[in-house]
Design a protein around this ligand. Structure first.
Ligand code: IPE
Ligand code: IPE
Ligand code: MG
Length: 224
């Protein structure tokens, strides 16, 4: 059985869910938060140490202002409501992606990271304004600036996931089969599962089914 240390998830399908059920994409984003909470709990049960969630990409700025504002207000309220509870559950929160939001939000993100920094049960990397290409370009610039050799070890140091092993498992919900600029380097050997269900409909049972399948895959890493 394969060990499972790191799960990465592209939480896709909120907009379509909301439009279908409530004629509002934003209603889908709100419903998607419940799935986030369920999946965090289940991840802890499986004793997984790292969970990376794609919440907002560098390309998502193309969306209408009203949707972007709604997403960030959801995030802000979620953090304000839940940070104490996450901390009590010994969850470490880290944000990957460029923190160039309002100074109020940047502050809230930093405070949340600082507060949970020592926690060891589960590290959640929340990808916000994250793009893998930007991350890689930045890493190469750092290597050049510091006149370091270009090799895997050195490059890894400058990725925002430097303290995290590569994902064992990637799940994308929402019936779409692409990576959308998520962890392009880190996913080189991950097992990938594309799930038909939209993110707000995804539940513990679906998650457990995927984990069970993952555990029985023969992972070769180039070997036989
Ligand atoms: C994913 O759901 C969440 C974010 C990108 C913030 P979408 O909003 O992309 O949902 P669909 O794909 O339009 O249904
Ligand atoms: C990827 O979903 C980003 C997140 C889930 C945050 P998108 O819905 O933005 O991806 P594309 O644009 O359809 O590829
Ligand atoms: Mg989408």
């Amino acid at each position: 059985m394969n060990p499972l240390n790191h799960v990465a998830i592209i939480m896709d399908g909120n907009g379509r869910w909301g439009l279908k059920r409530k004629n509002s994409r934003n209603a889908g984003h709100r419903a998607g938060l419940n799935t986030v909470e369920k999946i965090i709990k289940e991840t802890i049960k499986h004793k997984v140490k790292f969970l990376t969630l794609y919440a907002f990409s560098t390309e998502n700025w193309k969306r209408p202002k009203n949707e972007i504002n709604f997403l960030f207000s959801l995030l802000e309220n979620f953090l304000k409501d839940k940070i104490e509870d996450l901390n009590k559950q010994k969850i470490k929160l880290k944000f990957i992606g460029k923190k160039n939001f309002s100074s109020k939000l940047n502050y809230l993100l930093r405070v949340s990271e600082k507060k949970t920094y020592q926690n060891k049960r589960l590290q959640i990397n929340l990808a916000l304004n994250y793009g893998s290409k930007a991350e890689l370009i930045n890493a190469f610039k750092e290597l050049k600036k510091n006149k370091e050799d270009i090799n895997e070890k050195n490059l890894n140091k400058y990725l925002q996931t430097y303290n995290t092993p590569d994902p064992d498992l990637l799940i994308r919900t929402g019936d779409t089969k692409r990576l959308s600029n998520f962890l392009l380097w880190q996913l080189a050997y991950s097992e990938i599962f594309f799930e038909k269900k939209l993110w707000p409909d995804f539940n513990e049972k679906d998650y457990n089914k995927i984990i069970k399948k993952y555990k029985n895959i023969k992972r070769n890493f180039g070997n036989i």
